[in-house]
Ligand binder design. Sequence first.
Ligand code: NI
Ligand code: MN
Length: 227
Amino acid sequence: MKITFYGHSTFLVDTGSHKIIFDPFITPNPAAAGIDASKIKVDFVLLSHAHFDHVIDVELLMEHNPEATIIANAEIAGYYQTKGVKNTHGMNSGGKFNFPFGEVRMTQAVHSSTFPDGTSGGHPNGFIITTPEKKFYYSGDTALFADMKLLGELYAPEVAFLCIGDNYTMGPTEGAIAAQYLGLTKAIGMHFDTMPSIAIDHTQAKALFDGKGVALHLPTLGETFDI
Ligand code: NI
Ligand code: MN
C-alpha cells in the first residue's frame, strides 16, 4: 500500500481503489512549502482531533475535492457540516464502520481536541484501518495508554503510525512501548521535528524501537513509501 508523507501527521494513503488523507496540515508548515495542498486528490479525509495542526487544510481540501467524505468523531463531522461540507460521517470511540475502501475502527486517544475558533472537537481519537491489503493503526495525538495492549490483542495491526515527538504527545521512549503493546514489528513515526519543541534524535529513537524488536521508519517530507 502506497503512502505519501506531507509532513507532521499528514499522510496520504493510496489503497489502490481510494485515496485517504489523515490530519491535513500542509500550508502553514514551512517544511512543506513545496507542496500545493489544493492539488492533492482525495476521496476520504480522516481527522483524529480538532487541533489546528491536524485540520488546518480541511476546508481547502474539501473545496478542491467536494465529493470527498470527512470521517471523524460526531463533533468534528458536525462542525464541517455546518461549514457546508457535503459528505461527513461521524463516529465515536470503540465503533467501526465499513467504507468502500475498508473498515474504520475509531479508537480513543489521550489528548485534547478544541478547534482553533474555540468549538469543542469532542474527545480525540485514533483509527484502526482494515483494507483488503493491510491493517494499520493511526494513533492521532496521544499519550501512551495501557489499552494499546487491548488494541493489539483484538485487532493485531500489522503496522502503525505513531506520534513520537514528545512535549504534546508520546516521545520515542513511550512510542517504542506502544509499538510493543500493539505487537508490531514495524512502525512509522509522526508528529516530530515540525517545530523545536518536538524535535527528536533520530538515531536514539530508532535504537529505542529496535530494542523492542520494532523497525522505526522516520519519513521525510514528500516521500512515498510502501507499508
Ligand atoms: Ni493535538
Ligand atoms: Mn498535534
